[in-house]
Design a protein around this ligand. Structure first.
Ligand SMILES: [Zn+2]
Length: 449
């Protein structure tokens, strides 16, 4: 079996940084500590050695509307930018039964450059299938509180029923929180007024609609004993509600996404559909931005993910603003964004590992996100002295553009390894397609840091 010595790098875990070597044998970490060079030797001096990132909120549309994205393209982006595990779900082609899960996981054999878990959607009529899907190896259930992306929202009664069943069967849920009655009423009014300007998004998908749904969902979590993630928490008001329910005992993880830190509310007016995602960007100034980062370092966010949901510029701009697809590409840029934030003093490099590798893996009980003896040798080499000037032509997602184009990120991703195999180096994927379907551990309790 393949034997590799990663020599002279600085190993970064969720809790510490230290200069050490790392030996890989048969796709697993065999030794961490000083080692004589043997087998293939990778000179990592001056580089950081991180576990491969684990992105648990990704939409690759495959099978589905693959004109927007597919597994080969999306996981090229992941591999090149240091993400070695994703958890995927596609709204337009949802997994609702165990047969759907089997069909999708076998279809994806040979289509992924990184390891992948899959999530299922919950419709009112699929609530009885929740237990079978947990046993079948689904990572979590996606639930909407409002009709979005063609998926029906669950009202509080159905939400409580679904969460109770998820709690009983040991599953996990990811909830998209926007209140159905508020978004529907706002949509009716805006259409009556014949509004077509991008600014309508702020009124349609308002802060109030997010807070009302978060409070309702949090109450349902509290009553159900489920372990739940609240997706893409967009601002501090939402965190305040989550923290209040957490202090009462609700097991809720607040998910952070780069767009709520990097993009500002007013960009919508100028950039239109290229800033159409929901909830929309909420920060208005540097004070709001610093407050979001403070919430990260204070531990109020559990982990980062991208909510990668790309469309090309042509797809975004075809038709009017109402018709434009929601979502942003993100797999190409999330780890570079976090490394840049760390090198700029917003958070420690150990926090990057904790928030984008170790903690999401632990929360969803996936056997990933750690570089310890016996673990899968999924790792990323990072050069803290490099820089990346983001341009659209660097983007591997089918989107072919990035909301961060024109920005300079400090730090550079040198190479990524999946189970000991190099899957990308110097900004190019090897397109190995060796990614495997992975399931959560059924018995182990999550580890909290
Ligand atoms: Zn999403």
């Amino acid at each position: 079996m393949m034997h590799i010595t990663i020599k002279g790098g600085t190993l970064v875990t969720a809790t510490e940084e230290r200069r050490t070597d790392l030996v890989i044998e048969g796709g697993r970490v065999a030794h961490v500590g000083d080692a004589e060079p043997s087998g293939e030797v990778v000179d990592a001096s001056g580089l950081l050695v991180l576990p491969g990132m684990v992105d648990t909120h990704v939409h690759l549309m495959d099978p589905g509307p693959t004109e927007r994205e597919d597994f080969p393209a999306g996981t090229r982006a992941a591999a090149v930018r240091g993400v070695t595990t994703i958890v995927e779900h596609t709204h337009a082609h949802p997994v609702r039964t165990v047969d759907d899960l089997r069909e999708k996981s076998s279809y994806l054999e040979g289509r992924s450059n990184v390891d992948f878990g899959l999530a299922a959607h919950v419709w009112p009529e699929t609530i009885p299938h929740i237990g079978e899907l947990v046993s079948g190896g689904i990572t979590f259930f996606k639930i909407f509180t409002c009709d979005t992306h063609g998926v029906s929202g669950l009202d509080p009664a159905l939400l409580t029923e679904a969460l109770t069943r998820i709690g009983l069967t040991g599953g996990r849920a990811l909830i998209h929180n926007e209140d159905q009655s508020l978004t529907a009423a706002a949509e009716r009014r805006l259409r009556e007024e014949q509004r077509v300007d991008p600014g309508l998004l702020r009124e349609w998908r308002s802060r109030e609609a997010e807070v009302v749904a978060v409070a309702t969902s949090a109450a349902a979590v509290l009553g159900s004993n489920a372990v739940v993630t609240f997706a893409h928490v967009s601002n501090q008001g939402v965190l305040d509600v989550i923290d209040a329910f957490r202090s009462l005992g609700a097991d809720i993880a607040a998910e952070a996404c780069p767009q709520y830190f990097a993009l500002e509310e007013d960009e919508l007016d100028e950039l239109g559909a290229l800033r159409k995602f929901t909830p929309p960007a909420r920060i208005r100034n540097e004070q709001d931005r610093s407050a979001m980062w403070r919430a990260v370092t204070d531990g109020r966010f559990a982990f980062f993910s991208t909510d990668h949901a790309p469309s090309t510029i042509a797809q975004k701009e075809e038709g009017g603003f109402w018709e434009a697809p929601f979502g942003l590409p993100g797999l190409d840029t999330t780890l570079p964004f976090l490394i840049d934030a760390s090198l700029s003093g917003r958070l420690a490099m150990t926090d990057v590992v904790r928030l984008y590798a170790t903690e999401p893996a632990a929360w969803y009980r996936l056997p990933k996100g750690r570089l310890e003896v016996g673990a899968d040798a999924d790792l990323v080499l990072v050069d803290p002295n490099a820089t990346w000037d983001v341009v659209d032509s660097d983007i591997f997602s089918k989107a072919g553009w990035s909301p961060y184009s024109g920005r300079r990120f400090r730090g550079g991703i040198v190479a990524s390894y999946l189970r000991g195999t190099e899957i990308a180096a110097a900004g190019e994927p090897s397109d190995s397609r060796i990614g495997r379907f992975i399931s959560p551990a059924r018995t182990a309790e999550p580890t909290y840091w």
